[in-house]
Design a binder for this molecule. Sequence first.
Ligand SMILES: Cc1cc2nc3c(=O)[nH]c(=O)nc-3n(C[C@H](O)[C@H](O)[C@H](O)COP(=O)(O)O)c2cc1C
Length: 101
Amino acid sequence: MKLTTDDFTEKSEPFALFNEWLGDAVKTEPNDPNAVALATVDKDGLPNVRMVLLKGFDTQGFVFYTNFESQKGVEILGSMKAAMCFHWKNLAAAGSHSGTG
Ligand SMILES: Cc1cc2nc3c(=O)[nH]c(=O)nc-3n(C[C@H](O)[C@H](O)[C@H](O)COP(=O)(O)O)c2cc1C
């Protein structure tokens, strides 16, 4: 199945949809299909973004490893907000897909 234009945020079972997308990416991406840009925001409202590796997910959310004292760790604990954006180059899609959590 190819990546569709379904909206992750409007799905009744968004993680089932994400599971389909990731399964397609694992089959088609040459490397690191679990690499994801992780954006956070500092106490002044300024955004920061870096790559992490997704280590798992379930209906509770997405799992990645980080030092809690890193910039991303501090900012997530401070704001309790983050955004993720995967770039699955081999999955044809009319637009990009992102999730928050
Ligand atoms: C492909 C790739 C995967 C990475 N995966 C992780 C990861 O899973 N966890 C992590 O803490 N840093 C990972 N890094 C390093 C981060 O991008 C970042 O440089 C580092 O964690 C410091 O980020 P921070 O100071 O904004 O917290 C990865 C870098 C790359 C290029």
